[in-house]
Design a binder for this molecule. Sequence first.
Ligand SMILES: [Zn+2]
Length: 212
Amino acid sequence: MISIQKFTVNPFQENTYVLYHENGDCIIIDPGFYEDHEKDQLLQFIKQKNLKPIQLLNTHAHLDHIFGNKFVADTFGLVPYMHELELETHEKATTIGLMYDLPFDAYSGKPELLNESDKIKLGDDELSIHFLPGHSRGSLGFYCEKQGFIISGDVLFNGSIGRTDLPGGDFATLMRSIKEKLFLLPDDTIVYSGHGPETTLGQEKISNPFLS
Ligand SMILES: [Zn+2]
């Protein structure tokens, strides 16, 4: 069984998730740790739970989701995994950080690539990968069918949707990702978004003002 720990970090209040299995393995998704005290929070949690990080995943490569990639990669000997269509944004991360007046040490190696045919293993559990472009070109969602949750990045939020005005964003594409892909999953699927509180797909179908 997978447990989920959320850290809300950096000036963008981004949600970083640690998914951990009872065997002690864990996966870190979208490490947004910017300040040292945020990095310490992760280290303390890992130590306290006696976890072993085995994979680093990015739903997409926007700045707020990758601030901590290098820290996590260096600390635990991991390589970030993301969709190929995020590489261009990822390569510009240092420059984009300076544009936002948020200098940081970006991960400088070559990320590993993920696509929909891949599966993420965590103990005896598994996550499938859903390609959900629109907020960014290569946004991915990580779905656990057995426990009924998805780590959805910035595609869908509690009461809102991802912005589409950044490079690679496209409103019609985002709507298709939500309505023709995400919404095919069961209504009681819990959505862990890149920002804000959790929700369910059923809740958003009824009440999200952008989707009615
Ligand atoms: Zn984003």
